[in-house]
Design a protein. Structure first.
Length: 319
């Protein structure tokens, strides 16, 4: 593991980002896709490809990365097992989360998504609670805080404008008294909170100067690098004290492995379809799975450290 002080040199951030990009590119298949997790339904390909591809495209603008993310976008265009949208893999059906990342990657690669795919995603919107993951009648078809931000940001600008006030109402209503949003598909609240804050920033809502909520309970604990990356991102988005952000980022960089990855962990929760609030009391209703190839954890750390780097550079220019 790398040793980094609480005051992070720019060179340390740059080195960590470069190593993470190299790791992710080294795990891309020849046909352009990525895959990770091993669930009973198999590995994820389309969802992981969209997630990793977007992280790379938004973090590294080099020609080499543009070529590789374009290849990922090409793969998504060609691998279409469903009439509309994309899914975890070809056996699970289309879902809003996978479709959101796929649509975002297509646009970042300079492609124009099919209107029918965008319309399918738009249909997952529930005014009373946000975007649902699936078109179903059980809990998987209910709105989910950890899907709403990415889905909204993947819509066409006209749809975003039409839904802006409604989504702001949903974000305000779903936020807990402690300032976090509970996650349905993830072990902790950190994922939904980070994405919700990113959406608020995109909508021009000023950040709150508060530290991230971290505790010993299941929902707010830091269980590994994935959670630490998200907490670091939350601190940055909320414009917490610079020493706190730098300290968290330094700890995250110190956990980066020699191959450039951050170790995956049991972060993804496949919640039971009849469970609507897995975060509320009692044992979680579902099973946790790890990104065994470390791709989602590494992509998340890459995005967060890229944001921290940009914030550091902006602060330096204004002081």
């Amino acid at each position: 593991m790398k040793q980094v002080s609480d005051k992070i040199p720019t060179s340390a951030l740059t080195s960590a980002l470069s190593a993470a990009v190299a790791y992710l590119l080294s795990h891309q298949a020849d046909d352009g896709h990525w895959q990770d997790y091993r669930l009973p339904v198999g590995c994820s390909d389309a969802w992981v490809t969209g997630y990793v591809g977007v992280a790379l495209a938004e973090s590294d603008h080099s020609a080499a990365v543009r070529r590789r993310t374009a290849a990922a976008a090409d793969w998504l265009e060609k691998q279409r097992p469903y009439p509309h949208g994309w899914g975890y893999n070809r056996s699970t059906g289309s879902d809003a989360d996978s479709s959101a990342f796929a649509l975002t990657l297509l646009r970042l690669a300079g492609k124009t998504p099919l209107p029918s795919d965008v319309a399918w995603l738009r249909q997952r919107w529930h005014r009373d609670g946000g975007f649902a993951t699936y078109a179903r009648d059980d809990a998987w078809g209910a709105p989910h805080n950890d899907v709403t931000p990415a889905a909204f940001l993947a819509l066409a600008p006209a749809d975003q404008m039409a839904l802006r006030d409604d989504v702001l109402e949903v974000l305000a209503r779903e936020r807990g008294k402690d300032g976090t949003w509970p996650s349905y598909w993830w072990r902790t609240s950190h994922y939904a909170t980070w994405w919700s804050l990113r959406l608020l920033r995109a909508l021009g809502v000023p950040p709150e100067g508060r530290p991230p909520v971290v505790g010993t309970g299941e929902q707010h604990a830091i269980h590994g690098p994935f959670d630490l990356a998200l907490v670091t991102g939350i601190a940055s988005l909320q414009q917490a004290r610079p020493e706190l952000i730098n300290g968290l980022a330094g700890k995250l960089i110190a956990l980066q492995q020699q191959d450039g990855a951050w170790a995956g962990g049991a972060n993804l929760r496949v919640t039971d379809p009849d469970c609507y609030q897995p975060w509320s009391g009692g044992p979680a209703c579902g099973r946790l799975y790890a990104d065994e190839d470390h791709l989602v954890t590494t992509a998340t750390a890459l995005r967060v450290l890229t944001e921290v780097t940009k914030e550091t550079q902006t602060t330096a220019m204004t002081t």
